[in-house]
Design a protein around this ligand. Structure first.
Ligand SMILES: Cc1cc2nc3c(=O)[nH]c(=O)nc-3n(C[C@H](O)[C@H](O)[C@H](O)COP(=O)(O)O)c2cc1C
Length: 420
């Protein structure tokens, strides 16, 4: 009886705290927080999402982080609204952006018991190279928008625990400098543009820098309405003219991988003209392996294999390419089936937890790329932030594998996943 009284009092106190909290409206919990003092409502979510309620408790150092989301709010505070909005944004209604996350909740893991998982091995192999972890740094442009150390901080963090890094064409640091900071070969992501001479020059540059693999992004074919970016930018009081010059020439001047390349005639970096002929021409123009990033269907996966592509990244650009609403984790089974082990498959978009990574690996990916989480770490604390984000993901992956009863990535299969 006493317990019940105490619980009721605690509950009222908690709901009063909610009512006074500036984050309640933001989290959509105001409906039950409003009538706290008199009659506590029965519809308090179970479990309560404490993270959503305690957003005022920002972490002060990377070591304080409990999960990768803890970095997002600190990055939101540190990074100018325009830059943060650009990173966070999806397209239009952000259906794809949300679908990427929601799809994981519809997939359940099927843990196996009575396997000795004292030792777990997370090594994966791509093109004959063994990586200690299947967690890969996805290419993201302009990392200095989030921290002055930008891509160099990311490279050093990747180096600390042997993560593969894919560098964007539109990085704010040159491929040569990033290779040096990573102290190992990195993969180069290519925005081909619409001009073959530009493509060729970028390819030669990446090759000369020692990149063994070229990742051709095939999902940026049209303009995009990045509403979150456009809205948050309005509250940005910074004078942007010191960094951002108008027009394409102004843009590429900020992107060192274009140094010395003639971009005359180009109006954008998008490539609406890409075809399978282009892929074949690209393959003939380089000795690097050619990977396609942005494949979502069995049809295109099969064509990729037929056209001699070396690997596929199942990606919707983190919900930033189109608002189809199609989550990549749901595309992975059909792509894996079409490829049938003939070439490696990687996946990205919305991976935030070790269990997400396990679902990707179980459904046929050899590696999982992450984008925003490491940018949150970068924007929050620079290199130590990126390191901690990667550490959390590796730790969650290892624990998740143990919970599933698997000792190596090779043991994971679709049998470990069921649809809710
Ligand atoms: C701020 C930002 C910039 C990006 N820039 C590029 C890029 O230059 N080239 C590219 O192929 N993909 C780019 N992407 C997409 C990522 O490579 C990756 O597909 C995506 O971030 C994965 O989704 P996630 O952010 O949910 O992990 C970018 C993503 C973000 C968030």
């Amino acid at each position: 009886m006493m317990d019940q009284v105490d619980n009721a009092a605690n509950r009222r106190q908690f709901l009063r705290f909610l009512a006074g909290s500036p984050v309640v409206a933001f989290t959509g919990l105001s409906a039950f927080a409003g009538d706290t003092a008199s009659s506590p409502p029965a519809n308090l979510p179970d479990p309560v999402n404490w993270r959503a309620l305690l957003t005022q408790d920002l972490i002060k150092s990377p070591g304080d982080a409990i999960n990768v989301f803890d970095f997002e709010l600190v990055a939101r505070k540190n990074v100018p609204p325009g830059h943060f909005g650009y990173m966070a944004s999806g397209i239009d209604d952000e259906l794809t952006l949300r679908a990427n996350r929601e799809a994981f909740a519809r997939l359940q893991l099927r843990p196996r018991r009575l396997n000795d998982v004292t030792k777990v091995e997370t090594t994966t192999e791509l093109f004959g190279v063994k990586w200690p972890t299947p967690i890969v740094i996805a290419p993201t442009g302009g990392n200095r928008a989030y921290h002055p150390d930008g891509e160099l901080a990311v490279a050093r963090a990747a180096k600390a625990h042997g993560h593969l890094q894919i560098l964007s064409t539109v990085a704010s640091t040159s491929v040569e400098d990033v290779v040096q900071a990573r102290a190992a070969p990195i993969w180069f992501q290519l925005y081909a543009t619409q001009k073959w001479e530009v493509t060729e020059a970028l390819v030669k540059r990446a090759e000369a820098a020692g990149c063994p693999v070229l990742v051709l992004t095939v999902d940026r074919k049209a303009g995009r309405n990045q509403e979150t970016y456009l809205r948050l930018r309005r509250s940005d009081s910074q004078d942007c003219s010191g960094c951002h010059e108008p027009g394409l020439k102004g843009l590429v001047r900020m992107k060192p991988n274009f140094d010395g390349i003639d971009v005359s005639g180009l109006t954008s970096l998008e490539s609406p003209n890409l075809t399978w002929d282009f892929v074949n021409r690209l393959k003939d123009a380089t000795r690097m392996k050619v990977v396609l990033k942005g494949i979502l269907t069995a049809e295109d996966a099969k064509l990729s294999v037929d056209n001699g592509v070396d690997a596929i990244i199942v990606s919707n650009h983190g919900g930033r390419a189109e608002d189809s609403g199609l989550p990549t984790i749901d595309c992975l089974p059909e792509v894996s089936k079409a490829v049938a082990g003939r070439i490696p498959v990687l996946v990205d978009s919305g991976f935030r937890r070790g269990t997400d990574v396990i679902k990707g690996l179980a459904l046929g990916a050899q590696a999982v790329c992450i984008g925003r989480p490491y940018l949150w770490g970068l924007g929050a604390f620079g290199e130590p932030g990126v390191e901690r984000v990667l550490e959390i993901l590796r730790a969650e992956l290892e624990v998740g594998m143990k919970q599933c009863g698997v000792r190596s990535i090779a043991e994971l299969s679709p049998a470990f996943v069921r649809r809710a």
